[in-house]
Design a protein around this ligand. Sequence first.
Ligand SMILES: NC(=O)NCCC[C@H](N)C(=O)O
Length: 254
Amino acid sequence: MNRRALVRRPSPRLAEGLVTHVDRVPIDVGLALRQWEAYVAALRSEGWETIEVPPAPDCPDSVFVEDTVVMYDDLAVIARPGADERRAEVTGTEQVLRDLGHRIAHVEAPGTLDGGDVLKHDGTVWVGLGGRTNQSGIDQLAAHLAPLGATVVAVPLTKALHLKSAVTALPDGTVVGWEEVVDDPDVWSSFLAVPEEPGSHVVLLDGSTVLMSAGAPRTRALYEERGLRVVTVDVTEFEKLEGCVTCLSVRLRG
Ligand SMILES: NC(=O)NCCC[C@H](N)C(=O)O
Protein backbone atom coordinates (compact mmCIF):
# COMPACT_ATOMS: atom_id res chain seq x y z
CA MET A 1 0.00 0.00 0.00
CA ASN A 2 1.10 3.49 -0.83
CA ARG A 3 1.89 5.23 2.44
CA ARG A 4 1.40 8.98 2.23
CA ALA A 5 0.85 11.62 4.87
CA LEU A 6 -0.16 15.26 4.76
CA VAL A 7 1.87 17.70 6.82
CA ARG A 8 1.83 21.50 7.03
CA ARG A 9 4.77 23.79 7.79
CA PRO A 10 4.32 25.84 10.99
CA SER A 11 3.14 29.43 10.68
CA PRO A 12 5.58 32.15 11.74
CA ARG A 13 2.70 33.16 14.07
CA LEU A 14 2.72 29.76 15.82
CA ALA A 15 3.30 31.38 19.22
CA GLU A 16 -0.18 32.95 18.97
CA GLY A 17 -1.82 29.51 18.75
CA LEU A 18 -4.86 28.77 20.88
CA VAL A 19 -4.58 27.39 24.41
CA THR A 20 -7.62 26.09 26.29
CA HIS A 21 -6.74 23.61 29.04
CA VAL A 22 -3.17 24.78 29.70
CA ASP A 23 -1.52 28.10 30.63
CA ARG A 24 0.18 30.00 27.83
CA VAL A 25 3.96 29.71 27.93
CA PRO A 26 6.48 31.16 25.46
CA ILE A 27 7.06 29.19 22.25
CA ASP A 28 10.44 29.03 20.50
CA VAL A 29 9.28 29.25 16.88
CA GLY A 30 12.74 28.42 15.51
CA LEU A 31 12.90 25.28 17.64
CA ALA A 32 9.34 24.41 16.61
CA LEU A 33 10.37 24.53 12.95
CA ARG A 34 13.34 22.23 13.63
CA GLN A 35 11.09 19.83 15.56
CA TRP A 36 8.60 19.84 12.70
CA GLU A 37 11.37 19.12 10.18
CA ALA A 38 12.56 16.22 12.35
CA TYR A 39 8.98 14.91 12.60
CA VAL A 40 8.68 14.96 8.80
CA ALA A 41 12.09 13.30 8.48
CA ALA A 42 10.98 10.56 10.89
CA LEU A 43 7.89 9.84 8.78
CA ARG A 44 10.03 9.68 5.64
CA SER A 45 12.65 7.43 7.15
CA GLU A 46 9.83 5.06 8.16
CA GLY A 47 8.75 4.81 4.53
CA TRP A 48 6.08 7.48 4.37
CA GLU A 49 5.88 9.91 1.49
CA THR A 50 5.00 13.32 2.94
CA ILE A 51 2.89 15.84 1.05
CA GLU A 52 2.92 19.44 2.23
CA VAL A 53 -0.37 21.29 2.38
CA PRO A 54 0.44 24.86 1.28
CA PRO A 55 1.38 26.89 4.36
CA ALA A 56 -1.20 29.16 5.98
CA PRO A 57 1.05 31.80 7.53
CA ASP A 58 -1.87 33.82 8.90
CA CYS A 59 -3.29 30.84 10.80
CA PRO A 60 -1.19 30.27 13.96
CA ASP A 61 -2.49 26.72 14.52
CA SER A 62 -2.26 25.54 10.91
CA VAL A 63 0.61 23.12 11.63
CA PHE A 64 -2.01 20.94 13.40
CA VAL A 65 -3.23 19.71 10.02
CA GLU A 66 -4.98 16.67 11.51
CA ASP A 67 -7.83 18.90 12.64
CA THR A 68 -8.81 19.94 9.10
CA VAL A 69 -10.06 16.60 7.76
CA VAL A 70 -11.20 13.07 8.57
CA MET A 71 -10.03 10.45 6.11
CA TYR A 72 -11.92 7.19 5.72
CA ASP A 73 -10.94 4.92 2.82
CA ASP A 74 -10.96 7.18 -0.24
CA LEU A 75 -13.30 9.74 1.33
CA ALA A 76 -12.06 13.02 2.81
CA VAL A 77 -14.60 14.64 5.14
CA ILE A 78 -13.48 18.25 5.37
CA ALA A 79 -13.85 19.43 8.95
CA ARG A 80 -15.51 22.59 10.21
CA PRO A 81 -13.25 23.58 13.12
CA GLY A 82 -14.95 24.38 16.39
CA ALA A 83 -12.70 27.42 16.89
CA ASP A 84 -13.59 30.30 14.54
CA GLU A 85 -9.90 31.25 14.41
CA ARG A 86 -9.15 27.94 12.65
CA ARG A 87 -11.93 27.86 10.01
CA ALA A 88 -9.73 29.19 7.20
CA GLU A 89 -7.32 26.27 7.56
CA VAL A 90 -9.50 23.75 5.75
CA THR A 91 -9.28 25.30 2.28
CA GLY A 92 -5.68 24.29 1.60
CA THR A 93 -6.26 20.74 2.84
CA GLU A 94 -9.34 20.32 0.65
CA GLN A 95 -7.48 21.51 -2.45
CA VAL A 96 -4.60 19.08 -1.92
CA LEU A 97 -6.94 16.12 -1.33
CA ARG A 98 -9.03 17.03 -4.37
CA ASP A 99 -5.87 17.21 -6.50
CA LEU A 100 -4.85 13.78 -5.16
CA GLY A 101 -8.18 12.38 -6.39
CA HIS A 102 -9.97 11.80 -3.10
CA ARG A 103 -13.73 12.02 -2.87
CA ILE A 104 -14.68 15.07 -0.81
CA ALA A 105 -17.53 15.66 1.65
CA HIS A 106 -18.04 18.52 4.09
CA VAL A 107 -19.24 19.14 7.60
CA GLU A 108 -21.61 22.09 7.23
CA ALA A 109 -22.98 24.69 9.68
CA PRO A 110 -24.28 24.40 12.33
CA GLY A 111 -22.03 21.39 12.69
CA THR A 112 -18.51 21.69 14.03
CA LEU A 113 -15.93 18.94 13.98
CA ASP A 114 -12.15 18.88 14.48
CA GLY A 115 -10.20 15.96 13.05
CA GLY A 116 -8.39 15.59 16.38
CA ASP A 117 -11.67 14.49 17.95
CA VAL A 118 -11.90 11.42 15.72
CA LEU A 119 -10.32 8.09 16.68
CA LYS A 120 -10.68 5.20 14.22
CA HIS A 121 -10.02 1.53 14.67
CA ASP A 122 -11.29 -1.44 12.70
CA GLY A 123 -14.56 0.06 11.45
CA THR A 124 -15.42 1.94 14.63
CA VAL A 125 -15.07 5.71 14.74
CA TRP A 126 -15.18 7.31 18.21
CA VAL A 127 -15.79 11.05 18.22
CA GLY A 128 -15.29 13.35 21.21
CA LEU A 129 -18.37 15.44 22.00
CA GLY A 130 -18.19 18.48 24.24
CA GLY A 131 -15.12 20.38 23.11
CA ARG A 132 -14.59 21.53 19.52
CA THR A 133 -17.02 19.01 18.01
CA ASN A 134 -20.81 19.24 18.40
CA GLN A 135 -23.65 16.74 17.91
CA SER A 136 -24.49 18.06 14.44
CA GLY A 137 -20.87 17.56 13.39
CA ILE A 138 -20.97 13.97 14.65
CA ASP A 139 -24.30 13.27 12.93
CA GLN A 140 -22.96 14.60 9.63
CA LEU A 141 -19.78 12.53 9.94
CA ALA A 142 -21.88 9.43 10.70
CA ALA A 143 -24.01 10.04 7.59
CA HIS A 144 -20.91 10.44 5.40
CA LEU A 145 -19.24 7.30 6.76
CA ALA A 146 -22.28 4.98 6.98
CA PRO A 147 -22.07 3.96 3.29
CA LEU A 148 -18.47 2.92 3.96
CA GLY A 149 -19.57 0.59 6.73
CA ALA A 150 -18.20 2.62 9.64
CA THR A 151 -19.94 2.84 13.00
CA VAL A 152 -19.67 6.27 14.61
CA VAL A 153 -19.81 6.43 18.42
CA ALA A 154 -19.99 9.74 20.34
CA VAL A 155 -17.74 9.85 23.40
CA PRO A 156 -18.01 12.42 26.21
CA LEU A 157 -15.09 14.83 26.32
CA THR A 158 -14.72 17.51 28.98
CA LYS A 159 -11.16 17.27 30.28
CA ALA A 160 -9.00 17.54 27.16
CA LEU A 161 -9.00 19.65 24.02
CA HIS A 162 -9.60 16.78 21.62
CA LEU A 163 -10.46 13.10 21.99
CA LYS A 164 -7.03 12.21 20.63
CA SER A 165 -5.42 14.53 23.21
CA ALA A 166 -6.79 12.02 25.73
CA VAL A 167 -6.61 8.64 23.98
CA THR A 168 -5.25 6.93 20.88
CA ALA A 169 -5.16 3.26 19.80
CA LEU A 170 -2.27 0.82 19.50
CA PRO A 171 -2.13 -1.43 16.42
CA ASP A 172 -3.94 -4.24 18.29
CA GLY A 173 -6.84 -1.91 19.16
CA THR A 174 -5.88 -1.35 22.79
CA VAL A 175 -6.89 2.23 23.57
CA VAL A 176 -4.20 4.04 25.53
CA GLY A 177 -4.93 7.11 27.62
CA TRP A 178 -3.81 9.44 30.38
CA GLU A 179 -6.60 8.62 32.79
CA GLU A 180 -6.82 12.07 34.39
CA VAL A 181 -8.27 13.48 31.19
CA VAL A 182 -10.35 10.50 30.02
CA ASP A 183 -14.02 11.02 30.87
CA ASP A 184 -15.08 7.39 30.57
CA PRO A 185 -12.45 4.66 29.97
CA ASP A 186 -15.26 2.05 29.95
CA VAL A 187 -16.20 3.19 26.43
CA TRP A 188 -13.44 0.87 25.20
CA SER A 189 -13.37 -2.88 25.80
CA SER A 190 -9.57 -2.74 26.04
CA PHE A 191 -8.22 0.37 27.79
CA LEU A 192 -4.66 0.81 29.06
CA ALA A 193 -3.79 3.72 31.36
CA VAL A 194 -0.31 5.02 30.59
CA PRO A 195 2.02 6.61 33.16
CA GLU A 196 2.79 9.86 31.29
CA GLU A 197 0.49 12.30 29.50
CA PRO A 198 2.50 12.54 26.24
CA GLY A 199 2.60 8.74 26.17
CA SER A 200 -1.08 8.56 25.32
CA HIS A 201 -0.50 9.85 21.78
CA VAL A 202 0.71 7.39 19.17
CA VAL A 203 0.80 7.55 15.39
CA LEU A 204 0.68 4.09 13.81
CA LEU A 205 3.48 3.81 11.27
CA ASP A 206 2.80 0.16 10.45
CA GLY A 207 1.32 -2.91 12.14
CA SER A 208 4.04 -3.02 14.78
CA THR A 209 5.62 0.46 14.87
CA VAL A 210 4.41 3.61 16.59
CA LEU A 211 5.64 7.19 16.58
CA MET A 212 5.40 9.02 19.90
CA SER A 213 6.76 11.95 21.89
CA ALA A 214 10.22 11.68 23.41
CA GLY A 215 8.64 13.09 26.57
CA ALA A 216 7.25 9.76 27.82
CA PRO A 217 10.13 7.29 28.40
CA ARG A 218 8.24 5.04 30.82
CA THR A 219 5.36 4.68 28.40
CA ARG A 220 7.82 3.97 25.61
CA ALA A 221 9.23 1.10 27.70
CA LEU A 222 5.70 -0.18 28.29
CA TYR A 223 5.01 -0.26 24.55
CA GLU A 224 8.32 -1.97 23.84
CA GLU A 225 7.50 -4.64 26.42
CA ARG A 226 4.31 -5.26 24.41
CA GLY A 227 6.46 -5.97 21.35
CA LEU A 228 6.08 -2.65 19.58
CA ARG A 229 8.90 -0.83 17.86
CA VAL A 230 8.86 2.79 18.96
CA VAL A 231 10.14 5.86 17.12
CA THR A 232 10.33 9.05 19.19
CA VAL A 233 10.42 12.73 18.27
CA ASP A 234 10.74 15.93 20.32
CA VAL A 235 7.53 17.95 20.07
CA THR A 236 7.84 20.20 23.13
CA GLU A 237 6.93 23.42 21.31
CA PHE A 238 3.72 21.87 19.96
CA GLU A 239 2.83 20.30 23.31
CA LYS A 240 2.85 23.83 24.80
CA LEU A 241 -0.09 24.57 22.47
CA GLU A 242 -1.95 21.34 23.33
CA GLY A 243 -0.67 19.68 20.18
CA CYS A 244 0.98 16.28 19.94
CA VAL A 245 2.40 13.81 17.43
CA THR A 246 -1.01 12.87 16.04
CA CYS A 247 -2.02 16.46 15.22
CA LEU A 248 0.94 17.08 12.94
CA SER A 249 -0.05 14.73 10.11
CA VAL A 250 -2.92 13.06 8.28
CA ARG A 251 -2.24 9.58 6.96
CA LEU A 252 -3.81 8.68 3.61
CA ARG A 253 -4.76 5.23 2.35
CA GLY A 254 -4.58 3.73 -1.07
N1 LIG B 1 -5.55 17.41 17.06
C1 LIG B 1 -5.05 18.16 18.02
O1 LIG B 1 -4.98 17.79 19.17
N2 LIG B 1 -4.68 19.40 17.66
C2 LIG B 1 -4.09 20.34 18.52
C3 LIG B 1 -4.58 21.71 18.26
C4 LIG B 1 -3.96 22.72 19.17
C5 LIG B 1 -4.35 24.14 18.89
N3 LIG B 1 -3.60 25.02 19.72
C6 LIG B 1 -5.83 24.38 19.12
O2 LIG B 1 -6.19 24.77 20.21
O3 LIG B 1 -6.63 24.16 18.23
